[in-house]
Design a protein around this ligand. Structure first.
Ligand code: BEZ
Length: 239
């Protein structure tokens, strides 16, 4: 039996429950996603400890951890390295690495050891066209019910944009809170998109400007305003 048949790689899907696993991490054992029920969580993988792109990413994520926490989101990292490698790498980051004004950075969120690649395979993080031995840079945004809401994969050579991950989290929470969709490049304070007209009469009303508060570019493309304050007060915890 070949390797792929013996250990199939599955690709999780948006809208489905996050695959379950128990894992050892730098913060103790976790049961995922059960331990995170009631909270948003970003599960992400990186190719390897002690590598430069990953180090820049971990420092950035750790630097932004309180920002994600205020938005009700916890972070969990993973690579196919072992626990002692993780511990040594995180200690080196804190003690020695200074990058873009960040220094003395302590990674407080759990980093999963996955030497068997069991979790990485479940989450489609091993992509043989890119590497058989390293996880790609995968990101899963998972909601408080344990449902996968966003999946992003990056190759080994491309460091992630963490502002985009934060923007995606806030946009998902805003869509849930207000029952709307968010257009290209949306940020809090920008107009949001409402559901397309579901009947000919609604389409007609919208085109005649009879639905208050809407601005319609055409019958299927209507926006409305939600203030930045309104978005932030609903989706970000006040400390
Ligand atoms: C890095 O994080 O620098 C890296 C890791 C694996 C392959 C290429 C780059």
């Amino acid at each position: 039996m070949d390797e792929l048949t013996a250990h199939p790689i599955s690709l999780p899907r948006i809208g489905e429950p996050a695959p379950e696993f128990t894992a050892v991490t730098t913060q103790g054992t976790i049961n995922f996603p059960a331990d995170y029920k009631g909270s948003w969580v970003i599960l992400f993988s990186h190719p390897a400890d002690f590598t430069p792109v990953c180090t820049s990413e971990f420092m950035t994520f750790a630097h932004m951890e309180s920002q994600f926490a205020e938005a009700g989101c916890k972070l969990v990292g993973l690579s196919v390295d072992g626990l002692y490698s993780h511990i040594a790498w995180l200690r080196t980051i804190k003690e020695k690495i200074e990058y873009r004004g960040m220094k003395n950075i302590e990674v407080k969120f759990p980093l999963i050891e996955d030497i068997t690649m069991e979790v990485a395979r479940k989450y489609g993080m091993i992509q043989p066209g890119e590497s058989n031995t390293k996880a790609v840079r995968a990101v899963f945004i998972i909601d408080p019910k344990g449902i996968i809401r966003t999946i992003i994969y990056y190759p080994l050579s491309l460091g992630r944009n963490f502002d985009e991950l934060y923007r995606a989290l806030i946009a998902l929470k805003t869509a849930d809170e207000f029952g709307i969709a968010t257009p290209a490049d949306w940020r809090p304070g920008d107009d949001v998109i409402i559901s397309p007209a579901a009947s000919c009469s609604s389409a007609q009303n919208r085109m005649e400007g009879k639905e208050e508060g809407l601005e319609c570019k055409d019958w299927f493309f209507c926006t409305k305003k939600i203030s930045k304050e309104s978005v932030l007060s609903k989706v970000i915890k006040k400390s």
